[in-house]
Design a binder for this molecule. Structure first.
Ligand code: CIR
Length: 253
C-alpha cells in the first residue's frame, strides 16, 4: 500500500518563511483542519498516512516535501536553501531510514524538494532561490548512476519549480508560463493556468487523481476538460505560508 508521509502543523507556523507574499495572520487550528482534510483525501485514494509529530520550533515543518526526494531506489535527504529549515530534515531522515537507503545533499549544496519534479526517469530541477548549482550537481551525481536524467530549469517569480509546474496526468503538466519556461518541457502535453490564477500550477497527482486548491476554480475547470479527476481542497492557511498541495506530503509508492 502506498504511504503518504506528512507532519502535524507547528504552532509556530505563523512565523513561517515568506519570499513573495506579505505576511497574513495564519489560523493554526484551521490549518490543522485543512491538513486533516488533505490527509483524508489521500487516504481516500488508497494511501496510508504516516504523520510525523509536530515540531513546535520549526514553523515550516508541515512542508515535508522540501526535506527529501524519494525515489524507488533511494531517499535523498535535502539540505534546504533556508538555514532555518535545515533541522526539519533530521526527523524525516529517521522516518525514511527504514523505508529506503538514504543519501544526503551536503554543504555547500542546497536543494529544496519543491524544486524537484519527477516525470518517470527524468528529474526536472528548478534553479531557484532555494536550490543552487552545487545542489543540482550533487543530485545529478546521485541519480544518474540509477538511470535518471537531471534537467535544470530556470525559475523566475515564484518560490519553487513546483510552484510553477506540476504533473497532472501521464505526460501532462500544469504550468504557469510566466514563472517557468514551456520550452523546458518539450514533448509533454502542457495545460496552462488561467492567467487570473497564477498560484494554480501546484497540483498533487496521487493514484491517478489530482488534489487541487479550491481557490483556483478556473484552472480546475481546465483540468476537468482534460478528463482529469480533480479533488478540490481548501488550503487557505497553507497558501498564506507559500505552501501548496504538493508541499504537505512525501508520497512513497
Ligand atoms: C518556505 O518558504 O520554505 C515555506 N514558507 C513554504 C514552503 C513551501 N514548500 C513547497 O512549495 N514545496
Amino acid at each position: 500500500m502506498p504511504t503518504a508521509l506528512t507532519r502535524a502543523i507547528s504552532p509556530a507556523m505563523p512565523r513561517c518563511e515568506l519570499t513573495h507574499l506579505d505576511r497574513e495572520a495564519i489560523d493554526v487550528d484551521l490549518a490543522a483542519a485543512q491538513l486533516a482534510a488533505y490527509e483524508e483525501a489521500l487516504a481516500g485514494l488508497g494511501f496510508t498516512i504516516r504523520q510525523l509529530e509536530a515540531q513546535p520550533h520549526l514553523p515550516d515543518s508541515v512542508f515535508v516535501e522540501d526535506t527529501a526526494v524519494v525515489l524507488e531506489e533511494v531517499a535523498i535527504i535535502t539540505r534546504p536553501g533556508t538555514p532555518a529549515r535545515r533541522p526539519e530534515t533530521i526527523s524525516v531522515a529517521e522516518a525514511l531510514a527504514g523505508v529506503r537507503p538514504l543519501a544526503h545533499i551536503t554543504a555547500p549544496a542546497t536543494v529544496d524538494g519543491g524544486d524537484v519534479l519527477r516525470i518517470g526517469t527524468r528529474l526536472f530541477v528548478g534553479r531557484s532561490g532555494r536550490t543552487n548549482d552545487a545542489g543540482l550537481r550533487q543530485l545529478h551525481d546521485l541519480v544518474e548512476p540509477l538511470g535518471y536524467r537531471v534537467t535544470a530549469v530556470p525559475v523566475d517569480g515564484c518560490l519553487h519549480l513546483k510552484s510553477g509546474v506540476t504533473q497532472v496526468a501521464w505526460n501532462t503538466l500544469l504550468l504557469n508560463p510566466r514563472w517557468v519556461p514551456t520550452t523546458a518541457f518539450a514533448g509533454c502535453h502542457l495545460v496552462e493556468v488561467d492567467p487570473r490564477e497564477p498560484l494554480g500550477a501546484n497540483a498533487l497527482l496521487a493514484a491517478g487523481s489530482v488534489l487541487y486548491a479550491a481557490s483556483c476554480p478556473e484552472t480546475a475547470e481546465r483540468l476537468r476538460a482534460e478528463g482529469i479527476d480533480v479533488r478540490l481542497l481548501d488550503i487557505s492557511e497553507i497558501s498564506k505560508a507559500e505552501g501548496g498541495v504538493t508541499c504537505c506530503s512525501l508520497l512513497i509508492a
